[in-house]
Structure formats: C-alpha cells, structure tokens
Ligand binder design. Structure first.
Ligand SMILES: Nc1nc2c(c(=O)[nH]1)N[C@H]1C(S)=C(S)[C@@H](COP(=O)(O)O)O[C@H]1N2
Ligand SMILES: [Mo]
Length: 344
C-alpha cells in the first residue's frame, strides 16, 4: 500500500534530492551528540557500529511524490546512541545537523524519533551508502517524508523547544511530515483575493508565492520566470504561453489547465501534476521531472496502459530524453505512447 498521492519509482532507481554533496568527507567521520544530554558524545563510525548493528527494511516516501519501498538500511538505532548520551528530562526535540555547506538540518519530537525507530544508516541494500545518498552516515526516519532523513549526519542536538529544519523553515514543508496524512506543506499562503491582486499584472517574475491559489484563472502569457511557486494550484487555469523558466513548481497542481506553448525551461517541476492538461508545444528542456504525473498512476505490470486522464502532448512538446528516465515507468510509458501517436 502506498500513501496517498505517491507513485513507485522503477525498482533500480533512487532519485537524488536536495544537496548533492557534503561540505567535506571528513576522515575520520565524527558524530557529535550535544545539547540537553547527560553525557555529550563525539563518536567515530567504528565505535558507533559497536553499539549494535541492525538492518531494517524501510519504505522511502519523498514529498515530491515518488516512493521506493523496501530499502534495506543497515546501521545503528538512534535509541542505542541516546542510551549512551542520556537525554535530560527537559529534552523534548531532536535536531539532526549535516556536515554540509548550508549546515542543513531537520528536527523531530524526540518521542516520535524514538517511537518510529529512527536509524543512523551506513548501508543501503548491503552496500555502504554512496556519498550522494548521505554516506558515510545518514538518518533514516521510517514513516515520515524523506526530508526528515538527513544526509551526512554530523551532529545530534537535544532541545527543549523545537527548531525548524532547513526545508521546514525555508520551503514551507510540513513539520510533522506524515505521508499517510499527506502532511506535505503547511497550509499558510495567500488568500484567493491576494492572489488575484498579485496575478492581475500577469508578472510575478522572481516572486515567492508558495501555495498560491490560481484555480480557474485566465493567466495566459503569465510571466513567472524564477518565481517560487511550490505547491501552487493552477487547476483548470488558462496559462497558455506562460513563462515558468527556472521557476520552482515542485508539487504544483496543473490538472485540466491550458498550458499550450508554456515554457518550463530549467524549471523544477518535481512532483507536479499535469493530468488532463493541454501541453501541446510546451517546453520542458532542462527541467527536473522527478515524480511528475502526466496521467493517472496505474499498474504497468498488466502491460501498457490503461492511460487515464492523460495530458495532451504533441511533437512540439519538448522533453529531454534523460528527463523521461526519472519519471516512474508508468509515466514514461504514457509519454512515449502519446508521442508515438502524435507522430503517426
Ligand atoms: N543534508 C541534507 N539532507 C537531506 C536533504 C538535503 O538537502 N541535505 N534533503 C532531504 C530531502 S528533501 C530528501 S527527499 C532526501 C533525499 O535523499 P536522497 O537524495 O538520498 O534520495 O534527503 C533529505 N535529507
Ligand atoms: Mo524530499
């Protein structure tokens, strides 16, 4: 069973999301435990492994709608490290901090992190974690969107009050992040009236407008290059010939919208939904399409199709061949199929 709105990636695919590399691959790699603990720790990886090796099969659910079930992570439990560091009674939150350029972090209520059986993973499917995926050590929190699973774990800090992580504070990602309750984004955003006022000029270049509501509006020719439109709602809107170049449209909704001739060059459309959209002549050159839906998800193992609620694409719709590789197999099959039809 998949959480609502999620799709399976191909069995051998594991998309890369967020930061690509740590600040440096320190050798030896040290994990510090500090803040509200009785016994602060600075522990190397071989000592850490001595705390007890575990292997767990864990389902990955990314907020941008792809899921990768049953990855076998190997490492030590957060519990076993905290048994050594001993959180003080006042410690109610746990913050994980990365050895990365922006000191990336994420946090959880301490009780949740333990109850969910968080692990500090060094291996995935029997292999050491690759650097891109957080090696040598990353956090894996089962039962939460994957943004709670920090790559390149350097510090664990125990806190009395919560401190929002990077995505939670900068991108409006939901702080609870339960995929079964679809806690993707905080609801806060502009009202429809505010949105109408701003969109009236049809020029929102570079603006930060996450969760924007633009359902059913006539916005053809909209100029939105570089805008931050995560989770924006353009369902049934007329957005033909709009320019979304280099915009961030992750998880945006475009179902049943008119996007003929729209340009998404270099845009981030991860997790965006284009079902029943008119995408004739739209340009996705250089766009990142992980988790995008062009039709209703379905079971490919039953052969091609059924393709339901598919977007209209034609030969003038530009999608890089490499971009098809990051779609789920079902979505890629749909795109190939409609393009074949368009050619004949
Ligand atoms: N240090 C660090 N950890 C991070 C991120 C990041 O940008 N930096 N992104 C998070 C997000 S949003 C996701 S979906 C997963 C992606 O992990 P992957 O690249 O191994 O798939 O890492 C999470 N952990
Ligand atoms: Mo993510």
């Amino acid at each position: 069973m998949l959480p609502p709105g999620q799709q399976l990636v191909a069995r051998d695919k594991w998309p890369l999301v967020g930061e690509r590399l740590p600040k440096n691959v320190a050798d030896p790699w040290i994990v510090k435990v500090h803040g509200l603990v009785e016994r602060p720790q600075s522990i190397g990886l071989s000592d850490l492994k001595q705390l007890g090796w575990v292997e767990r099969s864990i389902d990955i659910h990314c907020v941008t709608r792809w899921s990768k079930p049953g990855v076998r992570f190997g490492g030590v439990t957060l519990q076993s490290l905290l048994d050594v560091a001993r959180p003080q009674p006042s410690a109610r939150f746990i913050s994980f901090i990365a050895n990365s350029e922006r000191r990336h972090s994420t946090s959880l209520p301490l009780a949740d992190a333990l109850k969910l059986e968080t692990i500090l993973a060094l291996e995935a499917d029997g292999q050491p974690l690759t650097v891109e995926h957080g090696g040598p050590i990353r956090v894996v929190v089962p039962g939460r969107y994957f943004y709670k699973s920090l790559k390149w774990l350097a510090e664990i800090e125990l806190l009395a009050e919560d401190r929002l992580g990077y995505w939670e504070s900068s991108a409006g990602y939901h702080n609870e992040a339960d995929p079964w309750r679809e806690q993707r984004y905080v609801a806060e955003g502009l009202t429809k009236q505010q949105a109408e006022a701003i969109l009236g000029s049809r020029d929102v270049r570079g603006l930060e407008l996450r969760n924007l509501t633009a359902t059913g509006m006539n916005l053809s020719g909209l100029s939105a290059a570089g805008a931050i439109l995560r989770n924006a709602d353009f369902r049934r809107a007329i957005v033909a010939n709009a320019c979304f170049d280099k915009a961030n449209l992750s998880n945006a909704h475009f179902e049943q919208s008119k996007l003929a001739g729209a340009s998404f060059v270099g845009a981030d459309v991860e997790g965006a939904d284009f079902r029943e959209c008119d995408l004739r002549g739209a340009d996705f050159t250089g766009a990142s399409l992980v988790g995008v839906s062009f039709c209703e998800p379905f079971d490919l193992s039953a052969g091609d199709g059924p393709f339901r609620r598919g977007a209209s694409l034609n030969r003038a719709t530009r999608i890089d061949p490499e971009a098809l590789e990051v779609l789920t197999p079902e979505q890629a099959a749909y795109v190939r199929e409609v393009r074949k039809e368009a050619e004949s």
